[in-house]
Write a protein that binds this ligand. Structure first.
Ligand SMILES: [Zn+2]
Length: 487
């Protein structure tokens, strides 16, 4: 009993219980109750405008019947069919329902706000704030696009699925396969193609369901990674740099992140297996045109290989001077740790000061590319990517992405389809999520106003239904106020 190691363990266990007892031991129903605003097992959402996620025009004055977490039927509210027994009826006149967002480039981490002048670029795991903010923002399914703490991400997913934590349906992607010139210490530097295959096998066995290749990955490493992922019936996406888009499509990659801004294949000095990130980006902004034959050929190639693209306009936008408007960012201020907010403002001011016109050109060309890709028949999805220097928050960033898709020239209804049904299609879950139809999960967002006329109304989320349970965005965000950047 006097063994110091024994006491050390006892103390650790006691501290863990004190700190985390609530999260780990509470009865699931009780832990979620604080965030739930609607919990009736049979529910009727009446007199509501429906944008169903399939790209069809909004339907006015609809009625949606929900039972046991599923949509039972959807019909005009003018048809006065009998309610199901014990139904609770909500009059949603003036409001719009859209499917829960299917976020396809999400992370449970965020840049850490302070660093020494010679400090390392580090990202902090946001296991507390990120899931709540995704759900509050209307994201009911989130595929992470690269993990820095895969064990944490997998545990958080389990806690959400078992009803112990509020959050979206998470689809966990393993650790990044590849790094960026060995500059990011949280990423594993591949030593060989075998290493890529071994990494895939290990994490697939641990339970991750998707993979992401990253910038420095070379042709042969990507080839083996893709083979190992596909051998398990899973999919792999990539934020590539050393390998170009057409090269990756030929290797069989399933999805490319971010779009043409990161495609280095048009850079005249591109050498095989070398990542010229910033040089190629500058060249892209100054020289590459979306309607050029070379780019059009690349688009056709992606489409014919069924390679999906994930739009991440919200994280590109912040590198353009004074975007988004500071007014729009004030709602993020409340959620960010004070140091994270001031770090954001500092970097934002530096970008405004530099005011490099190439940044705005890059964003415009990326928007053009996304339009052209969809026009050619490509599957475009969306996600927020809460990284870079900060200011793009889980959930809010996904809403901003929708606004930017509309700025890019998509109609609001098309933008909503990109952010809902298209992601579900890629995940192979479109029979259950991604659109509003009888038999599907009741994953839906109630929005005040009409985003089909004014996409910014997407910011006015009033209730987020996940499997028919309605969550209150205010309560979810209030619970992590001031914590983004910390945990
Ligand atoms: Zn990312």
């Amino acid at each position: 009993m006097t063994n110091p190691r024994f006491w050390h363990q006892r103390i650790l266990a006691a501290v863990a219980l004190m700190l985390y007892g609530n999260a780990l031991n509470a009865d699931p129903a009780a832990s979620l109750m604080a965030y739930i605003s609607e919990n009736a097992p049979v529910l009727v959402l009446d007199h509501v405008r429906v944008i169903d996620g399939t790209g069809t025009a909004p339907a006015e004055d609809q009625r949606i019947d929900i039972a046991d977490g599923k949509i039972v039927r959807i019909q005009s509210a003018k048809i006065k069919s009998a309610y199901l027994p014990a139904a609770k009826v909500l009059d949603l006149t003036g409001k719009t329902i859209i499917p829960g967002l299917v976020g396809m480039h999400e992370h449970l981490f965020y840049p850490t706000p302070e660093h020494p002048s010679d400090g390392l670029p580090l990202f902090g795991e946001m296991a507390d704030s990120a899931p709540r903010l995704y759900l509050a923002g209307g994201v009911t399914t989130a595929r992470t696009a690269g993990s820095l703490e895969p064990y944490t991400d997998l545990s958080v997913k389990k806690m959400i699925d078992s009803g112990h934590l509020p959050g979206p349906k998470l689809r966990i992607t393993g650790p990044y396969i590849g790094d960026y010139r060995a500059l990011l210490p949280q990423l594993h530097t591949l030593s060989s193609p075998e290493d890529a295959g071994r990494t895939v096998d290990y994490w697939a066995a641990e339970g991750v369901t998707s993979f992401k290749a990253y910038m420095s990955i070379r042709h042969d490493e990507l080839k083996v990674a893709i083979e190992h992922v596909h051998a398990r019936g899973l999919k792999i996406t990539g934020h590539l740099c050393a390998v170009g888009f057409r090269e990756a499509a030929a290797l069989g990659i399933d999805n490319l992140e971010h779009g043409i801004v990161v495609d280095t294949e048009f850079f005249p000095d591109k050498k095989p297996d070398v990542c010229p990130a910033s040089e190629a980006e500058k060249d892209f902004a100054t020289r590459v045109e979306i309607d050029s034959p070379a780019v059009q050929e690349m688009i056709r190639d992606l489409v014919s290989h069924h390679v999906a693209v994930t739009s991440t306009l919200a994280v590109f936008e912040i590198t353009v001077a004074n975007r988004p408007s500071l007014l729009k960012q004030f709602r993020a201020q409340r959620l960010l740790a004070p140091q994270a907010w001031s770090a954001y403002l500092k970097r934002r001011a530096a970008i405004a000061e530099a005011n490099d016109p190439l940044d705005a050109i890059e964003l415009r060309k990326e928007m053009q590319f996304e339009r052209a890709f969809v026009k050619a028949g490509g599957l475009l999805m969306a996600g927020c990517d809460p990284t870079s220097y900060g200011g793009v928050l889980p959930g809010y960033g996904d809403q901003r992405g929708l606004e930017l898709l509309v700025e890019a020239g998509f109609t609001p209804v098309e933008a909503i389809k990109i952010a809902t049904q298209n992601g579900a299609l890629f995940l192979g879950e479109d029979a259950v999520i991604g659109s509003i139809a009888a038999g599907k999960a009741a994953d839906m967002i109630v929005v005040a106003g009409n985003p089909a006329l004014k996409i910014d109304d997407i910011e006015n989320v009033e209730t987020v239904f996940k499997d028919g349970v309605g969550y209150d965005p205010q309560k979810l965000t209030a619970s992590v106020q001031g914590l983004v950047g910390l945990r």
